[in-house]
Design a protein around this ligand. Structure first.
Ligand code: FEO
Length: 398
């Protein structure tokens, strides 16, 4: 059902309450998501983005209740990924000649997925489209998070249609960010940033600076997922700026997996040591085999240091640790510290291999790591506590 935003703009997207996995199995969307599409009715009628392919029929049918499809003058595809372009084939069957405004890379990504020669109009930063009382301005935003991404700015209403940027994966009966609990909202917003936007943090800072230099007033940010930033949209812009700047809180996250609880015992005693040496630091212990990987990445993103532990198995480390290490590497985090630990019975390579992986992933190792042969004795537990104290001292803020 459409929701009115103002005299000219309506939300005509799809709220997906059931979505639990996004990007295949890459992102756990425990609170669902939405595919936000916007209909602008000025002297010309504009549709910005569509909805994910499984909802194409529902999307087009709902759109017909709002507007005669033949009255749509322009479609704007801010980003070609299927969660926003997936209803285009169904829609274009009805209005095949309607121009689709997108970047040059947008043409490539949309053609690459649907193999259709639609009426593409390629736009670049600064290009405008007059639609009557309003003018739309296009702003390319490559690698936020695909090469094809762009934003569209609507003057007079001062709305930035930012596509994935500033989004959150959450389904809600509400339309606006200020209508829901701020803690829940920002938890989803930072999870989204950590998992999707973090690898492109340098581009985030540059893009925000570029938009600030354009000196345009932004009263509302309409992203393509989640809730719309209506009050103080600069708050989320400032948050993005902060998150893009090698963000860290006074948190140390201990990630571990365990076969027979020996590495778990190490993790808990290391945590004890950190707490003894630094009462202020927040220590979070996470069993990677039993926890939500999307939330884990948000914790890693927030941490000033991570400790990674695994027993040695078949000359390597456990599957859940391997998986999360691969995901962490992809985030391209900088200026974070790390150490590794793990129990072993005979060969004991896991710590060395984890050190190599952490280094490759951009972390600064604070020491050589800690190994414990078989089940930790009282003496071993004390070594873990001392290891934790050393970590706390070496990661204290200067
Ligand atoms: Fe929400 Fe990159 O698609």
């Amino acid at each position: 059902m459409a929701k009115k935003i103002n005299e000219y703009v309506k939300w005509v997207g799809k709220t997906d309450w059931e979505l639990k996995k996004f990007h295949g199995d890459e992102y756990n969307t425990i609170n669902g998501s939405s595919y936000n599409s916007y209909l602008i009715e000025d002297e010309k009628v504009v549709l910005i983005d569509t909805a994910w392919k499984p909802f194409d029929e529902e999307f087009v049918n709902n759109l017909k209740k709002e507007i005669d499809l033949n009255k749509i003058d322009y479609i704007i595809a801010n980003h070609g990924e299927v969660d926003h372009s997936g209803s285009l084939p169904k829609l274009m069957k009805e209005i095949p000649n309607t121009p689709i405004y997108c970047t040059a890379n947008g043409v490539k990504s949309i053609k690459g997925q649907y193999h259709e020669e639609w009426n593409f109009v390629t736009v670049k930063t600064g290009d405008t489209l007059n639609i009557g009382k309003h003018t739309l301005t296009f702003i390319e935003a490559p690698m936020l998070h695909w090469p094809d991404t762009m934003f569209t700015y609507m003057d007079k209403e001062n709305i930035l249609f930012s596509n994935d940027a500033f989004g959150q994966h959450m389904a809600s009966e509400f339309l606006y960010a200020d209508e829901i609990d701020k803690g829940v909202l920002y938890n989803e917003a930072i999870k989204y940033y950590a998992n999707i936007v973090a690898p492109f943090s340098m581009m985030v800072k540059n893009k925000i600076n570029e938009i600030l230099k354009m000196n345009v007033k932004i009263d509302m940010i309409c992203p393509s997922h989640g809730l719309i930033w209506r009050k103080n949209p600069e708050e989320i812009v400032n948050k993005y700026y902060e998150w893009a700047d090698n963000y860290k809180e006074n948190q140390i996250t201990i990630l571990y997996d365990t076969m027979w609880n020996d590495t778990r015992l190490m993790a808990e005693n290391i945590a004890k040591g950190i707490n003894l040496a630094d009462k202020d630091v927040y220590v979070k212990i996470i069993n990677t085999a039993k926890s939500d990987k999307t939330a884990i990445l948000a914790d890693v993103f927030k941490s000033k240091a991570i400790l990674v532990g695994s027993p040695t198995v078949n000359n390597g480390y456990l599957y859940s640790i391997a998986g999360i290490m691969e995901m962490i590497k992809g985030l391209k985090l900088k200026k974070k510290k790390a150490a590794s630990f793990g129990s072993f019975g005979w060969s004991g390579e896991a710590v060395k291999l984890l050190n190599e992986e952490l280094t490759k992933s951009g972390f600064e190792l604070v020491n050589e790591g800690l190994r414990c042969m078989w089940t930790p004795t009282e003496e071993d537990k004390q070594k873990c506590i001392d290891f934790g104290k050393e970590i706390a001292e070496k990661t204290k803020e200067e």
